[in-house]
Design a protein around this ligand. Sequence first.
Ligand code: NAD
Length: 715
Amino acid sequence: MADSSTIQLSMPEADIAVLTLDAPDKGANVLAQSVLAELDAHLTSLEKRQDLAGLIIRSAKSGIFIAGADLREFAAAKNPTREQTIEVASRGRKLFQRLSKCPFVTVAAIDGVCVGGGAELAIWCDRRIMTTSPKAQYGFPEVKLGMFPGWGGTARTPRVVGLGNAVELVTSGESIDGRTAMQMGLISDLVPSERLDAAAVALVRAEQQSKSYLADRELWSRPLDIDDTELGFLGATASAYIQQQTKGHYPAPLAALEVMLGSAGLDVDAAAQAEAEGFAGLFGTPINRALINVFFLTDRNKKDTGVESPDARPRDIKAVGVFGAGIMGAGISAAVVKREVPVTLTDAAPPALAGGVQKILEEVAFNKQTKGADPQRMLKFAPLINATTTDAEFKGCDLVIEAVVENPKVKAELYQRIEPLLGDGTILASNTSAISIGRLAEKLKRPERFCGIHFFNPVRKMPLVEVIRGPKTSDATIATAVAFAKAIGKSPIVVEDGPGFLVNRLLLPYMNEALELMLDGVEIKAIESAAKGFGMPMGPITLYDVVGLDTAYYAGQVMHEAFPDRIGESPLLAAMVKAGRLGQKAGVGFFAYKDKKGGRGAPDPKLADVLKPLVRGQTKLSEQQIVERLFLPMVLEATRILAEHKVRDPRDVDLGLIYGIGFPPFKGGLLFWADTLGAAKIIETLKPYELLGPRYQPTPMLLEMAKAKQGFYER
Ligand code: NAD
């Protein structure tokens, strides 16, 4: 029978024990309860041995030490009591804590990702070594999941690396590499991967001689050596920073800070007890559950090939062509070049081509550290850009992306011209925001090799890519588009063709409702603050100004034509465009701007000239009512999208909105949030709004779900 255990014991030398983690049939080691039980059993037998000089803990997985606790077990824990959570956390911590009490030195030898529960296991060892491999990363990402370390991470870390360092590590959730870990005093040695095992043995031998780990054991079990002034200063600066970062929506980093500051004067056991109690206050809360869901959404997306058929193999993309060197064409080209894939680029207007190349060079040469142009990067990436005015140069491209003006005729004419030049296997894709992929494919000879690859603006910042399947697009084309988007660091979601595809179809009802609220006499300030209070990165009225009111007007027309029963033609948008109030780029939209390129807008009294004649009432709504008016039409539209099978899973809707419009991750996604309300409750909440029209009437899917007491995630 095959060995199903994760931890193997070996003895490379008579007095040195090595525990190697290697979860069978899995890419990563995670600390499931079963693995903790194995560790317990190994420690129980090793602790009895008086002949050992040291224990080394390592991993056999390439690039991974331990990826953390088993989050599936976390998610499956159904409403544990506070006492149960404290008990489970304490049990894990006490197990790891034994590593700091063995009758020999314990060493974590880290050559890969070491995060969460893995970082806690390592911090309880007497010593740690990391490798110089870029994959060797140490961190506590728990706050990103709405909790903090619960197996002693907040208690032990400040005692090993000092409170300031520990606060930064735990409250930021960011990982550090070996070099930073060395500077911090977290590790004793930094070595190349191939020398890790030998260095761990050498460290055991050195500690056997010096016994310095025994002095540290004593020191690290005591209260921290820090005075009240220092503590007060650290607390004030860290909490101000955290509040600015989290905007009050994410409680975990502040809770972690409080527990660490509050435990500074305690011994490590009492600090660990305080940690377990604080942990129980976060574990299982709605925000914790929502953020764990987002983790699963991204994990699922990483594994999703975009197609059901395992036979649809993605084509290797070694060269990309881009037509159109405007905002999007330049952004897409830069994203591709940064991954060291050559790009051939053209534009109908030579100045636009020159401008596009300039923008690409600026972006690829930008060095994040120095915040300026980096000649080394320029030398590396510039040769990968081929700006041309000759169609024939696109012949060798594996993928050609069209990002020319949003005009179906111009796009179709371009395809007619270039399709005959492209290689047999070349995929042609459009970055169109709104034109039907089926319509664009009408005159193509090979519509099976055509799809939409819809990037979001600015490409550099936005992780989402919608891969749009036209009526004739093949699985192999979709698989290739998905693999390509991932290869350039994006998160692709496959969507069936249709007006607004996924994200804009969901965004428009929300945006439209913001205008309706204004016409009902609701103050802009109230609308903006309700949306931001819900967690949106900006209010919908500001978003109109950023997108541009002319663009929004055009998008609204498309949606109105497609769904006239629920998306009306807003007279306000038309009036704004007519008045030349096109948003930020015009210096004036719903707000007035000093700088057309950025910055906050200020309320503009002149807006009343456009708005007043159109306002039909003076409705006063509570923040909750505004939230319902804005977000419930979005939920209803999502049920229609699911009923029409536009996406393969409700989870695609949720990730799409988080990545595409910044839907608040702490709500877990639109449909995850809707599930926390339940279909029956949503139907009840909709009742007073139904007189506003079909856009507030429960859909057949929602009614069915209420009847079956079913959530979106259970469908
Ligand atoms: P843009 O106006 O900045 O750039 C379009 C470029 O295409 C111009 O430089 C123009 O000279 C060039 N062009 C026009 N006809 C051409 C032809 N026949 N051959 C080669 N070049 C030609 O526009 P953009 O914002 O980059 O948009 C491009 C596409 O991306 C559109 O389909 C748009 O809907 C879509 N899109 C835009 C955004 C956005 O926020 N800007 C977001 C997603 C998708």
